[in-house]
Write a protein that binds this ligand. Sequence first.
Ligand code: SF4
Length: 327
Amino acid sequence: MSPPLLQVNDLKKHFPVKKGLFGRKSEWVYAVDGVSFEIARGETLSLVGESGCGKSTVGRAILRLFDITAGQVILDGQRIDDAHPSTMRQMRRRVQVVFQDPFSSLNPRMRVRDILAEPIRNFGLAKSAIDLETRVTALMDTVRLPREALNRRPHEFSGGQRQRIGIARALAAEPELIVCDEAVSALDVSVKAQIVNLLQDLQREFGLALLFISHDLAIVEHMTHRVAVMYLGKIVEVAPRHEIFAAPRHPYTKALLSAVPLPEPGAQRNPIILKGDVPSPISPPSGCRFHTRCPYVFDRCRSEEPQLRSDGGEQWVACHLDALPQG
Ligand code: SF4
């Protein structure tokens, strides 16, 4: 078996928050608190969970938009969490990002031609001016935008078209992994489907790996290979798509999936309503972080943190209940 393209080992990111009159006393937000997973070449792993669960922080840590608190991020066998700036430059080319809001991530003063040319120039990918122009026009074909649009600026496009420009800009660097951070969340349903189809086509064409960060499980169900579910800074379940959607095992995953609409008209799932709100990541609950809302909580859950375990298959679950004999 070939080694994974990306390995994330026990990743932690804690943010300090100042409090008190003079901001002297510090508390910590445990945004990501010991997350591990792998992504194979050409694979899509979806990182899902409610807003504030830490999934976007994981994406940003992989992109090294900040220093991490602890753990390792390894790309193709090489650590990038503490890489030297010279190594990091090449690493940055290999991992690109598509953000949720293409309008705020595209410079409104630049023409599309320059937006696409910038990464090609920055990473020294073009051999000549002609090569640069060929690459830029080819990118427009790849994301199915008309070449005539190269001289237009971002505000002249619809939301879906702007997201295509964002994807073209990511592709311009010839990456191996794209972090899609809620990349389709702001789009209308039909446009969402078009962008997801485009991402899948590009994945097949270029062998790209995708880390698809989303709270939209209906979309995830149609496009991912595996799913990792996050709750309050931890992964609580990770499994291939078919297994997790057919038979979720963690109580939180069950509740999340119960809210996903079924494709058949009139068909309904039995929604599981969780009590209470998600606790603060400043003082997460002891033991299992989900114990304050879990319908199956028992004594051990309050004191002992469950670890991800599998029964030999590809479905990994962090729940004491899952460790008990079924029956
Ligand atoms: Fe619920 Fe306990 Fe499992 Fe946590 S460990 S999900 S509280 S049963």
